[in-house]
Design a binder for this molecule. Structure first.
Ligand code: G3P
Length: 217
């Protein structure tokens, strides 16, 4: 599976996030690989309703309901048909205590992708948590077009997979070529998160297709 994070790249502004999601849907249909757009709350409902896709948010806040202004509630998102959200992305970190409490009150039928930057985070406070997916994203390779988590941190990916056992592992950061996918899968990941190599590509569809095709190699 592929989580396509559109971040705040201007290439996705206005209605272009919808175009990216349409392209992702077509690649998913052609390859049989699940592709989830990971988008801003401003785009999520529109994409879900227009394309019938399962969509993830990039972040939710630790407030479910009530007198809180300007936050994104996981419960509110779930009520609108959004599939899930990233949590603790390197670009939007939360305190471990906040994460634990948020996961404890997490809505059922709403997926959580808990992002971690290091094995240390997994070992010190995260390994007993039960998000839907763990995502290992070493910050130093995010946006890198030469080195990825798969080529730069293979032992750590393997270690993550070993410690997590049956819990599902995703990897992200710098993924830009099919061999990043095949290597990651061999090391024990079940899917990838990708952003810049697709969103900033001259031909995003070609790029995403190449990554998706690698799942069946
Ligand atoms: O959430 C995915 C992301 O952080 C990876 O970014 O640009 O390295 O593919 P990128």
């Amino acid at each position: 599976m592929i989580f396509l994070n559109l971040k705040l790249y201007p290439q996705t502004f206005a209605y272009k996030a919808l175009d990216f999601a349409t392209m992702a849907k077509s690649v998913s249909q052609q390859t049989g690989v699940k592709i989830y757009p990971v988008v801003s709350a401003l785009d999520a409902v529109k994409i879900h309703e227009k394309l019938g896709m399962e969509v993830y948010l990039q972040h939710v806040d630790p407030f479910l309901e009530g007198a809180h202004s300007g936050f994104i509630s996981p419960l509110h998102a779930q009520s609108l048909g959004i599939k899930g959200s990233l949590l603790n992305h390197s670009e939007h970190r939360l305190q471990p205590g906040t994460i634990k409490s948020l996961l404890k009150h997490w809505p059922s039928d709403f997926d959580s992708v808990l992002c971690l930057q290091t094995l240390g985070q997994l070992n010190t406070w995260a390994k007993n948590l039960n998000p839907t997916f763990f995502a290992y994203e070493p910050k130093e390779y995010i946006g890198n077009s030469q080195i990825s988590v798969a080529t730069g941190k293979p032992q750590q990916v393997q270690r993550f997979a070993h410690i997590l056992g049956d819990k599902k592992l995703l990897i992200g950061a710098g993924i830009h070529q099919p061999s990043d996918v095949t290597t990651g899968l061999k090391l024990g990941a079940q899917g990838i998160l990708v952003a810049s190599s697709v969103v900033k590509a001259t031909d995003p569809q070609k790029e995403l297709m190449a990554l998706a095709t690698a799942f069946s190699v």
